[in-house]
Design a protein around this ligand. Structure first.
Ligand SMILES: *[C@@H]1O[C@H](CO)[C@@H](O)[C@H](O)[C@H]1NC(C)=O
Ligand SMILES: *[C@@H]1O[C@H](CO)[C@@H](O)[C@H](O)[C@H]1NC(C)=O
Ligand SMILES: *[C@@H]1O[C@H](CO)[C@@H](O)[C@H](O)[C@H]1NC(C)=O
Ligand SMILES: *[C@@H]1O[C@H](CO)[C@@H](O)[C@H](O)[C@H]1NC(C)=O
Ligand SMILES: *[C@@H]1O[C@H](CO)[C@@H](O)[C@H](O)[C@H]1NC(C)=O
Ligand SMILES: *[C@@H]1O[C@H](CO)[C@@H](O)[C@H](O)[C@H]1NC(C)=O
Ligand SMILES: *[C@@H]1O[C@H](CO)[C@@H](O)[C@H](O)[C@H]1NC(C)=O
Ligand SMILES: *[C@@H]1O[C@H](CO)[C@@H](O)[C@H](O)[C@H]1NC(C)=O
Ligand SMILES: *[C@@H]1O[C@H](CO)[C@@H](O)[C@H](O)[C@H]1NC(C)=O
Ligand SMILES: *[C@@H]1O[C@H](CO)[C@@H](O)[C@H](O)[C@H]1NC(C)=O
Ligand SMILES: *[C@@H]1O[C@H](CO)[C@@H](O)[C@H](O)[C@H]1NC(C)=O
Ligand SMILES: *[C@@H]1O[C@H](CO)[C@@H](O)[C@H](O)[C@H]1NC(C)=O
Ligand SMILES: [Cu+2]
Length: 593
């Protein structure tokens, strides 16, 4: 066709059409649409010498890996063939203007009921690296989770030399009993939650547990090759140290963002965090342990004190030592300094390709105190201290799930399900890190469904203050949906609003979705509220989340369609009799008000 020959009106139009067509083809090549089906079903597993049935996706623990490229759209149809309602969350994926598919139950949707299906639209935007997906109903995350790998967009590359191989390592907790029943009992009686029986790497507890050494996860490596290991922590309630015997780790990404490389011989990863590390197989051929070992800084000392192993195993002809080589530098369970020193090293790449756009001018400031707390129980019959119910709180508010999701109530203007008055600061100021916070006026919290309203495009700064209420100070990994945030500072003790801001890094702070607020310390985050919708914020220890250390942000629409929430899908799961979507049962563990 003579497109490039004659000059004239027809050809201009034709050429323009071809040009548009090329553009369309290009944008198609740049952003693909991918389809996945997840079948949720009870499946039997035998671990630690005992068999139980657990709810998993497609029969596997951990579940399938989703692999996409930056900017793709991923559709996941979740078919619930289990026995109770479940939702899935796409952890760390911002979902621009798309809160309908974010997933936390009673925040953006009601559970997907057994025998039904729901297709999530997952919109990838600035994320690149490793994230994960997990159930966001009660404690079903324990067995319903898997990695979400986001490769660089076509024709772009990693900001580090291309690794020879990639491997996903998912960290989980394993309970011999049914997690749903354990959690139901704990919440019913208001006492402590049961500890896990082991941790697992890619589903395997490893050599140091009974009946486990035949199935220990082994990563076969070639001498001289470099491996990109994509670490995901979906552990239930415990931070973990990770190390590989005799091998340095080069940390290059955290939470789906690149960081300035950190060379280290161990790392600390909290529930909800994901990390990309490079490891080069430079050592004499052999079998080297890869360990995850708990880190705990609370006084209660109630955590699963076991260590999980996998093996970094060189290929080739050699005689390995009788047992694999053990790391000599993995920190001890209580090594606070090791944990803090690791987190202190995180910095954004802040390069032209991966800039750090740290908000400099703040329009909304919040100060949020994180506490373990208690609620009164009828006739003091609960299992917590003084017959109270164990709880947790942000600014003294113990979050209660409403019976229809906050998003639906907000979008359709249905009153009575939440209050838009989450406080910007604690109701009383006290010495948050004191050892003397045992009186009722400090330990008892207030239950409610209270959220924080933000105007579109506000620049938000939140100082999180860890408290020692009930002598229960410990590190809390706070996770925010719908955004990535910059962690501009962190420190020990009570936040000092004059001196501590002087220490902020406003140049290249790490951009994350989960960050541990140190025990009896503080951390400051900043983000721009440029994603309209309803977005959950909570501690990523499931026991603190189910005790109420949560709130949500409602970001109002801006002035244009591009700054407003997308229209809702035709179909959302039903919320029972309260719902405009029709009648079905609620989740089995919904907090009674
Ligand atoms: C990637 O590069 C190839 C080869 O240069 C080119 O054909 C293709 O159009 C590029 N793709 C995109 C999305 O730019
Ligand atoms: C899960 O199982 C279903 C049914 O067997 C299958 O169609 C689907 O492709 C599987 N999904 C993944 C991610 O493996
Ligand atoms: C799971 O194990 C239980 C008890 O061991 C057994 O009754 C049940 O049939 C098994 N289910 C499946 C799907 O294999
Ligand atoms: C999925 O659910 C829709 C209703 O939302 C239903 O029409 C469809 O048949 C279901 N599909 C499958 C494969 O279960
Ligand atoms: C597992 O442990 C048993 C008992 O200690 C031992 O006999 C067996 O050889 C071990 N298997 C492996 C693969 O290490
Ligand atoms: C690990 O890195 C440190 C600091 O760069 C270096 O001194 C050490 O030799 C490295 N160890 C290994 C096993 O490569
Ligand atoms: C509390 O105690 C009173 C008096 O013993 C009793 O009547 C009531 O049923 C109890 N309430 C609960 C919730 O147990
Ligand atoms: C707060 O409590 C801590 C721990 O008991 C103590 O070291 C500190 O001095 C107290 N701060 C103030 C201002 O009283
Ligand atoms: C709680 O009560 C104690 C003793 O009455 C008092 O010293 C303390 O200041 C009160 N704390 C708060 C936060 O109100
Ligand atoms: C939290 O709220 C409860 C219930 O209203 C109140 O008794 C308590 O004093 C408050 N605690 C603090 C530290 O403000
Ligand atoms: C958001 O705020 C930034 C900086 O304050 C401004 O440049 C931008 O135009 C605003 N965007 C919208 C859509 O209001
Ligand atoms: C700083 O904190 C003090 C009390 O600790 C308070 O009185 C003051 O208002 C705070 N200043 C700002 C700017 O928040
Ligand atoms: Cu917590």
């Amino acid at each position: 066709m003579g497109c490039f020959k004659p000059i004239g009106f027809f050809c201009s139009v034709f050429c323009f059409a071809v040009f548009v067509c090329i553009l369309l083809l290009q944008s198609e090549a740049e952003a693909s649409e991918l389809y996945y089906d997840f079948v949720l079903k009870e499946t039997n597993f035998t671990k630690l010498c005992s068999t139980k049935s657990a709810l998993v996706v497609n029969g596997s623990f951990p579940g399938p890996v989703i692999t996409a490229r930056k900017g793709d759209t991923v559709y996941v149809n979740v078919h619930n063939e289990g026995t109770y309602g479940v939702t899935i969350h796409w952890h760390g994926i911002k979902q621009p203007r798309n809160p309908w598919f974010d997933g936390p139950e009673y925040i953006t949707q009601c559970p997907i009921q057994p025998g039904t299906n729901f297709t999530y639209t997952v919109l990838l935007s600035s994320e690149e690296g490793t994230l994960f997906w997990h159930a966001h109903s009660d404690w079903t995350r324990a067995t319903v989770h898997g990695a979400f790998v986001i490769l660089p967009a076509e024709n772009t590359t990693y900001p580090f030399p291309e690794p020879d191989h990639e491997e996903v390592l998912v960290f989980s907790s394993w309970y011999k009993e049914d997690v749903a029943i354990l959690m139901d009992e704990a919440l019913k009686y208001g006492g402590l939650t049961t500890l896990s029986d082991s941790y697992a790497i890619n589903g395997q507890p490893g050599d140091f547990y009974e009946c486990s050494n035949e199935t220990t996860f082994r990563l076969a490596v070639d001498h001289g090759s470099t491996y990109l290991l994509r670490l995901v922590s979906s552990v239930q309630n415990t931070d973990m140290f990770f190390a590989i015997a005799d091998h340095n780790l080069t940390l290059v990404g955290v939470d789906g963002n690149y960081v300035k490389p950190v060379v280290t011989n161990y790392l600390m990863i909290t529930p909800g965090e994901t990390m990309d590390i490079l490891v080069t197989a430079t050592q004499p051929p052999g079998h080297y342990y890869m360990l995850i070992s708990p880190y705990f800084d609370g006084q209660a000392d109630d955590f699963d004190k076991s260590v999980t192993s996998a093996i970094f195993q060189y290929n080739g002809n050699y005689t390995p030592t009788s047992s694999p080589i053990y790391p000599d530098h993995i920190p001890g369970f209580y090594d606070i300094d090791a944990a803090r020193n690791f987190d202190r090293q995180l910095k954004s790449l802040a390069s032209p390709e991966h800039p750090a756009n740290v908000p400099q001018h703040i329009t909304t400031r919040m100060f949020i105190a994180l506490s373990i707390s208690m609620l009164r129980c009828p006739n003091d019959t609960c299992d917590g201290p003084d017959g109270n119910r164990l709880a947790s709180a942000m600014n003294n508010i113990t979050f209660a799930n409403p019976s229809i999701d906050v998003l639906q109530a907000y979008y359709r203007n249905i009153s009575g399900y939440f209050e838009a008055d989450f406080p910007d600061k604690p109701p009383t100021l006290f010495n948050f890190t004191s050892d003397d916070l045992m009186t009722d006026n400090v330990t008892l919290s207030d239950q409610g469904t209270r959220v924080k309203m933000l105007n579109y495009n506000e620049t938000v700064e939140i100082v999180f203050q860890g408290t020692n209420v009930m002598n229960s100070g410990e590190n809390h990994p706070v996770h925010l949906h719908g955004f990535k945030f910059y962690v501009v500072g962190a420190g020990v003790g009570n936040f000092d609003n004059v001196t501590d801001p002087l220490t902020y890094n406003l140049i290249d702070p790490p951009e994350l979705n989960t960050f541990p607020v140190p025990k009896d310390g503080w951390a400051t985050i900043r983000f721009v509220a440029d994603n309209p919708g309803v977005w959950f914020m909570h501690c990523h220890y499931d026991r603190h989340m189910s005790w109420g250390m949560n709130t949500a942000f409602i970001v109002r629409n801006g002035d244009t369609e591009e700054t407003s929430v997308r229209p809702p899908p035709d179909y959302m799961p039903s919320c029972g009799e309260n719902s405009i979507y029709g009648g079905a049962e609620q989740s089995m563990f919904q907090l009674e008000e």
